[in-house]
Ligand binder design. Structure first.
Ligand SMILES: [Fe+2]
Ligand SMILES: [Fe+2]
Length: 133
């Protein structure tokens, strides 16, 4: 079962960013299904690392755009990215140390962080980028 569903309301109207967001949610969903199906821990660890790596790539894409266009709110947005990556890194460590990843606990894959971040941080960035284009 999908735990997050893409909806057009999440579009920030910057094609590259929207495409990456859709892929990010797909990875979250795949990991969620794998946890539900009690996949082997090593397999889950690899998926979690994949999600973390893609998230890092995605954040770098946004950060390059912010720097290039001198986005006013970039420091706060960068900080939020660092915080989310730290959280994902902690999850990778926990799972590497034998924890089984779950979606509603301290070792939570945090199902809604992506959507909350998109709404609170990426949408205003999208508006800004569309305005200066
Ligand atoms: Fe962002
Ligand atoms: Fe984003």
């Amino acid at each position: 079962m999908s735990i997050v569903t893409w909806s057009d309301e999440y579009n920030v109207n910057v094609e590259k960013i929207d495409k990456q967001h859709r892929h990010l949610l797909q990875l979250v969903n795949e990991l969620h299904s794998a946890v539900e199906e009690r996949f082997d821990k090593e397999e889950l660890r690899k998926m979690l690392i994949g999600l973390t790596e893609f998230t890092r790539t995605h954040f770098a894409t946004e950060e390059q755009l912010m720097s290039k266009h001198d986005y006013p709110n970039q420091q706060a947005h960068f900080r939020e990215h660092r915080m989310l990556l730290r959280h994902l890194g902690d999850l990778v460590t926990a799972v590497s140390n034998g924890k089984y990843p779950t979606f509603y606990s301290d070792y939570d894959v945090s199902t809604d962080w992506a959507l909350v971040h998109i709404n609170e941080y990426d949408k205003p960035l999208g508006d800004f980028l569309n305005e200066i284009e």
